[in-house]
Design a protein around this ligand. Structure first.
Ligand code: ANZ
Ligand code: ZN
Length: 803
């Protein structure tokens, strides 16, 4: 028999699949549809890495399995190709980002093909293709028309030496990654999308999808809904109230001071009344040097200054309390001011302790001289007048009613999520379909003029005023206003990296459509993604942003479902053999090409699926790669063991049915490692028997095909099993045949398990006794003692009591 030659076989089958369009999805089929989606790659110059292989092989397995289960499967791929690495490369080399992108996409496509993925290559998309970004612009236009896009000020990271606006990933500790110089915050007017308007819908939507619990939690936390009340504190002697947001109005009687954020407008307004205004200004300057991340750290040393000359009045007991300014209160959340309750809030407690502010207990149960008592779900209110003696929940309801009645407070809901700063001051991104007209203001480009194409520029370096290189392209910038026909200027910011990936899954449904982002028929047919797999790093923003766009498109009648993804899972990282994250600088990166060259794509796929728990990080193990290659070698050699005539064995039948059951189940649960282990066991069982029937071999080949499609397809053909394996039917199992006839029964002597005996499942006590008494461990445990009692539970346990 010819020996197993992965490279020849793999090339052969990849060519056949491509020529026969084997994995082309049908946009209209009698079969039920199934849409599997994997996060499309950013085509960087580094090429595909093994992390991509782990991310994609999972749903590749599911896709191949689904086809054999009779589904019309769509498993598409594309490229998320706008972005900084390509642009930075263009700045360094002068090569146009278009050229760089095309080259990188070609390399990625070639690598993906060599792995043998069953992608529908007919639907490939590239977010930088004007035929694609035309529709990204179209969606933006719809958001704009519906009042969900607006301009506001924000701070961008600006490198003082490179003179460019940096993404958060491009600098650390206030220092530019590229030049090592200082990065400062620069104020700019930019686009925002009103994702906050969708907070409630995005939360509710989580109830109708099947996401991994930790992914669902990340979504909910990112949205950060918080129910509470806004309460007005009067400023003594002024016709002014200081409004706070609190989730704990029940603690109002324990509020012993107020804190405003450093940016709070109160300071400016009472500039002349505040007696220590210089000190306050100094503090404001100090706070400006801190990032928001630094400011919210719970463990951070509390800083702040009392605002002298202003006092607040606690509305429930008319007590006069001081107003402080401190950076642990954020301007961007709630009202930018809080009532501080040091007895029951940790940050307030630390602050009060440091600055000698009184701490009052209003909920019984803790020791507030030692720390804030915060775990108050069962606590009883004290020192709180009208709510004394109540439990927290009841007290919150009662005091809120009181505040509302008196007109000094109202029920409110807050969301941590901020509106989406939708901008980038760079070249390689989608231009906005927006014109700024001195007469008409901000005007959308008419739909029929889309796409607004990126112009060719000479120089990709952003301007040193923090604008994108487009701003220097007078010819492109100067245009006419679509409304009044007068002179106007194009928007020169570009859209952020997240734009193109916020709707790409819709484009796959109809990737070449020129009339719409996808036809209504195709949208109605494919509806939504059935299963989406990707990285945990994308389960906050990308997932939320794309859910937002989708829900908006649903609201304006473009798509038929509320949610884009019915199910979302995530893979763990693949680490280097040293257990560290793979990185160029550590030199521990494994290149999938090398594994394919040495062992073949089937081994690469099998190993990556075998590497460990799919959702957990797993270190690379070169020996285990070899082990997977040996496994495939042994599958190949099964062909020499084809049984002549009747090769039936009852034991092997059980093993086959058990394996069908386990593999079918484990694939669905992303337990690829245990599925492959089960197939290895089946293989061993066949070797033990010494022969294999056509049916047994067929079953093993089908089960293994999703993981190792080339070798299995080749054996199928060599054995003349008929047709192509990928079109075979997924095997079913007979539950009754999965049950083993022989069991391992524990034998207990005086309550301790002394041995396990192999007996027939339905063996009676006499038969079991015979085997047990022959067992040396049992003999030893009984010794010369007398058997006084025997309890035999058929199929379960054999208990012996001796004296
Ligand atoms: C009084 C109080 C008493 C509070 C108590 C908590 C516990 P979440 O759940 O995250 O929404 N807060 C309100 N606005 C803030 C801001 N801009 N910056 C920093 N902190 C702010 O938290 C709401 C609580 O965080 C609010 O309830 C407020 O403190 C604080 F025993 O009010 B609380
Ligand atoms: Zn105009």
């Amino acid at each position: 028999m010819v020996s197993y030659n992965p490279s020849a076989i793999e090339k052969k089958w990849q060519k056949i699949w491509e020529e026969k369009e084997t994995f082309k999805a049908d946009d209209n089929s009698e079969k039920p549809k199934y849409y599997n989606l994997v996060e499309f790659p950013y085509p960087s110059g580094a090429g595909l890495h093994v992390g991509h292989v782990r991310a994609y092989t999972s749903l590749e397995v599911i896709s191949r399995k689904r086809r054999m289960e009779g589904y019309n499967v769509m498993f598409p791929i594309g490229f998320d190709a706008f972005g900084l690495p390509t642009e930075n490369y263009a700045i360094q080399t002068g090569e146009h980002p278009r050229k760089v992108t095309d080259r990188n996409i070609a390399v990625f496509s070639d690598q993906l093909r060599k792995i043998g993925y069953s992608f529908d290559w007919d639907r490939v998309i590239d977010t930088t293709d004007p035929d694609y970004y035309k529709w990204t612009q179209w969606i933006f236009l719809k958001l704009f028309e519906n009042g969900l896009a607006f301009r506001d000020k924000t701070y961008v990271n600006f490198c003082t030496d490179c003179k460019v606006v940096l993404a958060n990933e491009d600098f650390r500790d206030g220092v530019c990654d590229r030049c090592g110089n200082e990065v400062v915050q620069m104020e700019k007017d930019v686009w925002f999308l009103k994702i906050r308007d969708y907070a409630e819908k995005l939360l509710e939507g989580l109830d109708e999808v099947d996401y991994l619990p930790r992914i669902r939690l990340e979504q909910a936390n990112w949205i950060g809904k918080s129910v509470g009340a806004e309460v007005d504190f009067r400023i003594k002697g002024e016709d002014e109230v200081l409004r706070v947001f609190t989730t704990r109005p029940d603690t109002l009687y324990g509020a012993t001071f107020m804190v405003i954020a450093p940016e709070h407008p109160l300071v400016k307004k009472y500039h002349d009344k505040i007696t220590n205004i210089d000190e306050i200004h100094q503090y404001q300057e100090y706070a400006q040097t801190k990032t928001e991340f630094e400011r919210v750290q719970l463990a951070k040393e509390k800083t702040g200054v009392e605002i002298k000359g202003l006092k607040a009045i606690n509305p429930v007991n008319d007590e006069e309390i001081p107003v402080w300014i401190a950076d642990y209160v954020m301007m961007g959340y709630g009202t930018g001011a809080i009532m501080a309750v040091p007895g029951h809030d940790t940050r307030d407690w630390e602050f009060a302790t440091k600055f000698g502010i009184p701490i009052v207990e209003v909920i019984q149960g803790g020791d507030i001289t030692k720390e804030a008592y915060t775990d108050t779900s069962d606590g009883i209110l004290v020192n709180s007048d009208i709510i004394n003696g109540m439990r927290v929940k009841e007290a919150i309801a009662k005091i809120t009613d009181f505040l509302v009645e008196k007109g000094i407070g109202e029920r409110t809901v807050n969301y941590k999520m901020k509106d989406w700063a939708f901008n980038r001051q760079r070249y390689w991104g989608e231009p906005f379909p927006i014109v700024h007209c001195p007469e008409c203001g901000i005007v959308g480009v008419p739909e029929e003029d889309l796409p607004v194409r990126l112009p060719e520029v000479e120089n990709y370096q952003p301007t040193d005023t923090g604008e994108s290189p487009l701003a220097a392209m007078d010819e492109w910038v100067n245009t006419t206003c679509p409304k009044c026909g007068g002179p106007a200027k194009r928007e020169t910011d570009t859209m952020p990296q997240w734009a193109g990936s916020s709707w790409y899954y819709l484009r796959y449904m109809d990737s070449k459509n020129n009339e719409a982002l996808a036809s209504k028929e195709n949208l109605d047919y494919w509806k939504q993604v059935d299963w989406y797999n990707g990285g945990m790093e994308h389960v906050t923003r990308h997932l939320l942003y794309s859910r937002f766009w989708h829900r908006f498109l649903y609201d304006i009648g473009v798509v038929p479902t509320k949610e884009p993804y019915a199910k979302r899972t995530a893979q763990g990282l693949i680490l280097g053999p040293d257990g560290d994250k793979m990185s160029k600088s550590k030199g521990n990166v494994v290149n999938p090409n090398d594994i394919i060259a040495d062992y073949g794509a089937d081994t690469l796929r099998a190993y990556i699926m075998f590497i460990g728990d799919y959702e957990k990080p797993a270190p690379w193990n070169p020996n285990a790669v070899k082990g997977c290659k040996r496994f495939l070698d042994r599958v190949w050699k099964l062909q020499e063991m084809m049984a002549e005539g009747e090769g039936y064995s009852k034991e092997l039948e059980t093993s086959v049915h058990q394996t069908i059951k386990k593999v079918s189940h484990d694939y669905e649960e992303l337990k690829f490692n245990t599925a492959i282990a089960a197939m290895m066991t089946l293989l061993n069982d066949i070797y033990d028997k010494g022969s294999v029937t056509a049916e047994e071999l067929k079953t093993l080949l089908i089960l293994l095909n999703p993981v190792a499609p080339h070798i299995t397809e080749e054996i199928w053909e060599m054995q003349n099993f008929g047709g192509m394996l990928n079109q075979a039917q997924w095997p079913t199992f007979d539950e009754a045949k999965t049950v083993e006839d022989v069991i391992e029964m524990p034998v207990q002597i005086n309550g301790k398990v002394k041995a396990k005996i192999s007996i027939a499942k339905d063996a009676d006590k006499v038969a079991a006794n015979k085997v047990a008494m022959d067992n040396p461990s049992v003999q030893k445990a009984i010794g010369d003692k007398k058997i006084v009692k025997e309890i035999f539970v058929p199929g379960k346990i054999y208990n012996i009591v001796v004296k």
